[in-house]
Each structure stands twice: as C-alpha cells, then as structure tokens.
Design a protein around this ligand. Sequence first.
Ligand code: C6P
Length: 412
Amino acid sequence: MTELNKFDVNKIRKDFPVLDREVSKGVPLVYLDSTATSQKPVAVIDVMDRYYREYNANIHRGVHRLAEEATAAYEEARHKIARFINAKNAREIIYTRNTTESINLVAYSWGRANLKAGDVIILTEMEHHSNLVPWYILAEGKGVKIEFIPVTEDGLLDINVYKQLLLLNPKLVAFTQMSNVLGTITAAKEMTRMAHAVGALVLIDGAQSVPHLKVDVQDLDADFLAFSAHKMLGPTGIGALYGREKVLDAMPPFMGGGDMIKKVLLGSYTPNELPHKFEAGTPAIAEAIGFGAAVDYLKNIGMENVEAHEREIATYALNMLSDFPGLQVIGPSADKRGGVTSFVMDNIHPHDVAQILDSEGIAVRAGHHCAMPLHEKYRLPATTRASFYVYNTKEEVDKLIIGLKKVRKIFG
Ligand code: C6P
C-alpha cells in the first residue's frame, strides 16, 4: 500500500474535536477558513495541557527538574521544526510569534545593518501586508527603493518583468511561496536561483506553503523562510524564522533582554550564540512544544499526502465554483495552486455571502485578506475565500455550493 492510500480523511477528522461541534442547533460546522488559521488536533492540545499540568517551568534558567524537562521539550521541538523543513541544523530556527514577526526581524536586523539609501529590494504584488509593510517602514527610514513583480490577470508572477528588475542589482528579493488569496504556488526555487545569480538574498514567506507543501530550505536554497505554527495545526503565538546560519550569525540582535545575551556589564553586552541571540525574554514555551507536536502530526500523515488531498479538494471546488452562474474565481488553474479559492458573486457583497454561509454553519473569510494591493490589482474591494486543509471533504464543498445557492436565492 502506498502512503497515499493510507490517507483517510474520516480518521483524520476524528483527531479534531472542534469539527464535531454544531454552530447552532442541528447545524454542524463546515470549517473552510484554514488559510486564516487551522484547527488543532488532540495531539497538539494534549502536549500543551501536559506541559502546564506536569512540568511548567521557565527554560534555560533553572537547574531544577521541571526547568530541565521544559528546556528539553522546548529545544526538542526546535529540532523537529528544523528537520521538517530540512534545515542543516536547529541553530537556524529562531522562534518568533508568527510569520509577521519573522519578517519584521529580518527587516529590522538584516535590513538596518545591510541596506543604505538607493539600494533596491524586490517584492511582489501578491504579498500579504506582512511582507510589504515591514519593508515600507524600513524603506521610509533608509531611502531604500522597492520594486514589485506584477501579477498577471491569471494570477501568476510575471517572470519577464522579474528578469528586468534583477538588472537593478537588488540586495533582497522577498516573495510568498503560496498566495493566501489566489492560492498561486510561485516558482520559489527558480526565483531564488535567479536572485542569487545577481547577488541578492532571498526571503520566502512560507505562511501558506509550509503547512501545505513539502518545503525543503536546502533544496530551495533560501536565505530566510518565515512561517506560523497556527496555520499548520499548531497553536497561535508561535512561529519560526529559518535563516542560513552564516547570514544569521552576521546579523545584529533584534530585541534586547534576558536569554539573548552571553554577558552584560554596566554599559555593554555580548550577544548570545544562535539561535538564542534572537530570542529575548521568556518565550511561548507551551506553544513551542505544541508546534513540535503539530510538525509530528503532519509528518505522520506525510506532506505528499497533505498536498495530494488538498489538490483533490481544491480541484473539485474549483470545478463546482467555475460552473456556478455569476460567480468568478480569481487566480490560476488548479494545477498551479494550493487549497485556496477566492471569488466574487456579481452585485453581492462578500460580507453578505459570508454571513449567509455562516447561518448554514459554513465558516469562510470575506474581505481583502490582508492583501489590499492585490485586490486593487483585480479592481475588487473584497472577495469571499474558502480554503481547505487535511480535514476537509468533498461533501463540505457540496455544502458550500448549496449555501451559495441560498445566497443567490436571497439576493435574487
Ligand atoms: N494570512 C489570512 O487569513 P501571521 O498573521 O503572522 O501568522 O501570518 C501573516 C501572513 C503572512 N503571509 C501570508 C501569505 C499569510 O497568509 C499570512 C496570514 C491570514 O490570509 C491572516 S491575515
């Protein structure tokens, strides 16, 4: 039996207690908002509960038994995360609060130390605000110039323009590996190779790719990869920045405080070794341990299975949505995207669509999804977004379509 045959969505669903709930009496939950945040399996909830019940203590500070157990679990999770993305070693994994903080860390630390007025960085038009605003803040203070790779009408990055922009000798190229609106999977490896050929560093926003695809930082050859636990079955409040060791080593600390120092005198300090240099103050300990359990859970399913299941559901949903009268899905064909479908229904506001779907127990997101420039590009103020993960089924897509028929009926 191949790994793929072992994938059993009904068995997986049993691991997620929230999927059993009713949104109102007799109306079961259909959760189609995993792009915003995923649900959590018992395996994650339990390890966090166990930490608080059995060995709650601060890390790297105590010599007592509880502190040693907490430190070991916290560091073991870091090793799991490193292996999950095939980092060379765990020193390259910095715990942060989320993808947003990971990108800000690079902008503040690497950006301030390495960029000067007139330097160019390249972003894309499909970025989440997290991969735009930190660079705008940096650019304002420094006089750095930002260029954007355009998005084509069918939701892909315009690689020809990218080639032209690389002639400007950028210092950094930062882009998403999967769009949270279009679902587009970008050519991250090729784009990284092209950036390195002109001497630029590469930051990949992995908020949507790490939870859904097999991501290998050595194969990608990325310099930085940012991602969040809460989108990959783990808790909120914890994320990671992968950084190439040589690059991280040369960067100044991001925040000062406890744990990030080796020595402090009155008036001076010596920073700690990696990864602690970037982890000031008491961290989210239970959350880090939960992050490790989420990685174990995904590994156990197999990322190839995760990807294949989502592609199947997304293809099914795209076919159904494309046939729906008066509905327009934005983004590329199913073979070029992950499990994200954003759409508009003519003359009906996305918030109204989402509200009526909610009355049917169907959770979707409506709005600009923190990607206002991308919506501007499509001349849309907002879209409705249904997104899929390991626990979603074709029956849930059918319920979405029935819900949309109700929307159409109400609005005529
Ligand atoms: N997108 C969505 O509903 P944080 O909030 O830091 O965990 O992740 C930020 C982020 C960065 N990049 C991409 C591609 C993302 O999708 C997100 C989060 C959520 O689309 C919440 S706005």
